[in-house]
Write a protein that binds this ligand. Structure first.
Ligand SMILES: [Zn+2]
Length: 143
C-alpha cells in the first residue's frame, strides 16, 4: 500500500516547491523567504496555538488519510478473508496489514508532535517579543 501523495506548496513568485505536506494546514510563522528567488511571501502557514479546531483536526488527520485508511483496511480484510480456511494465516495477515497501514501514520504523527512543539515555541517567542521582551530576555525565561 502506497502512502498518500503529499501536497506541494510553491513560492508565489518563482513556483519553487518549498514544502510538501499531507495536510493543507501547515505550521509556520505565516511568511517565508524563498531560497531560490530570495523574495518574501505569505506561505499560508499558521501557528498551532492560533489554529482553529478544524485546522488542528485537518493537520492531525488530513483528508488524504481517510481513503488510505479505508482502502488499506478493506484490502487487509480481503486478504484476511482469503486466508480464512487457515486461522493461523488470518492472524498473520491482520498483524502485517495493520503494521503496513499504521506505521506510516505513526511516523506522520511523531513528526506532527515535533512540529507542534516548534510552532508553540515560535508562537510564545513572538508574543513575548511583541510585548517588548528582547530575544535575549525571552531565551532566559523559565520554560
Ligand atoms: Zn521564489
Amino acid at each position: 500500500m502506497i502512502f498518500p501523495r503529499r501536497l506541494r506548496f510553491r513560492c508565489s513568485y518563482c513556483r519553487t516547491v518549498f514544502a510538501r505536506s499531507l495536510s493543507v494546514v501547515r505550521l509556520g510563522p505565516g511568511n517565508r523567504r524563498c531560497r531560490k528567488c530570495g523574495r518574501e511571501f505569505a506561505d499560508g502557514s499558521i501557528e498551532w496555538p492560533a489554529a482553529t479546531g478544524d485546522q488542528k483536526k485537518e493537520y492531525l488527520f488530513p483528508e488524504v488519510f481517510w481513503p488510505y485508511l479505508v482502502i488499506g483496511l478493506a484490502a487487509e480484510a480481503t486478504l484476511g478473508l482469503g486466508e480464512l480456511p487457515n486461522c493461523h494465516d488470518v492472524f498473520l495477515v491482520a498483524v502485517c496489514g495493520d503494521a503496513i497501514i499504521v506505521v506510516p501514520a505513526i511516523a506522520y504523527w511523531i513528526r506532527c508532535v515535533r512540529e507542534i512543539k516548534m510552532s508553540d515555541d515560535r508562537y510564545q517567542r513572538r508574543i513575548l517579543a511583541d510585548a517588548g521582551y528582547t530575544d535575549h530576555a525571552t531565551r532566559s525565561l523559565p520554560k
